[in-house]
Write a protein that binds this ligand. Structure first.
Ligand code: SAM
Length: 206
């Protein structure tokens, strides 16, 4: 992965347009391995509403999770700041009930639309004001809607990310129910053993 400091880079310093073509090569990104895909499909089945609804996938990347959500009958709106990612997501979900927009996850260009679930994987930790982003995402939910956040802390020498305890604390004022699931032990999700902190949070605001 190439980290840049200037124009064209995200708040994590990565030029995601430059990363887009190779993004799906990582097992948990492209979900090309049937075992990895099945592991994520099972998790999403548990995390997303049981009935088909409207799902907003923020920082959707190439749309791998969007595709699984669409496969469960959900109508998907994906938003990503980087147009090369959006182009690949559109290609991946061609013919599905899904739209993809170029925009910032902290201010998604969705007008007055509201969603049954806001799904965000591996994006929140890069945002400069995660508490503000969480409030905005909470406001995009319909009554009874949920936030599904997949995050972690990566690396051991110079770890980056957001620990589960910190995210749960940020969600506490917004959400009556916050469930944290540890994902590191489930090697099928990653296509290999991992020993850093990886988790998902499902939060249902009051
Ligand atoms: C690690 S990738 C995760 C992609 C996807 N969520 C997944 O799990 O496959 C991070 C994604 O967030 C996007 N991104 C980074 N900062 C963003 C922002 N402020 N608003 C929207 N998308 C952003 C990048 O373009 C990239 O597609």
């Amino acid at each position: 992965m190439t980290v840049h400091g200037g124009d064209g880079a995200g708040t994590d310093g990565v030029d995601w347009d430059a990363e887009a073509a190779a993004f799906d090569e990582d097992p948990d990104h492209g979900l090309r391995d049937p075992r990895v895909r099945a592991a994520w499909a099972a998790r999403l089945r548990a995390w997303l509403p049981g009935r088909p609804g409207d799902v907003l996938d923020l920082g959707c990347g190439t749309g791998s999770l969007s595709l699984l959500a669409a496969g469960r009958g959900h109508r998907v709106t994906g938003v990503d700041r980087f147009s090369a990612m959006v182009a690949l997501a559109r290609e991946k979900l061609a013919g599905r009930d899904a739209v993809f927009l170029v925009g910032d996850a902290t201010a998604p260009p969705v007008g007055e639309e509201r969603y049954d679930a806001v799904l965000v994987r591996h994006v929140l930790w890069t945002l400069p004001e995660p508490d503000r982003a969480l409030r905005r995402w909470r406001d995009l939910l319909r009554p009874g809607g949920r936030l599904v956040l997949v995050e972690g802390v990566w690396g051991t020498v110079s770890p980056v990310g957001i620990p589960a305890g910190r995210l749960a604390a940020l969600l506490a004022p917004l959400s009556g129910r916050v469930g944290v699931e540890r994902l590191s032990p489930d090697t099928a999700l990653w296509g290999r053993d991992v020993d850093d902190e990886r988790y998902a949070v499902v939060a249902v605001p009051d």
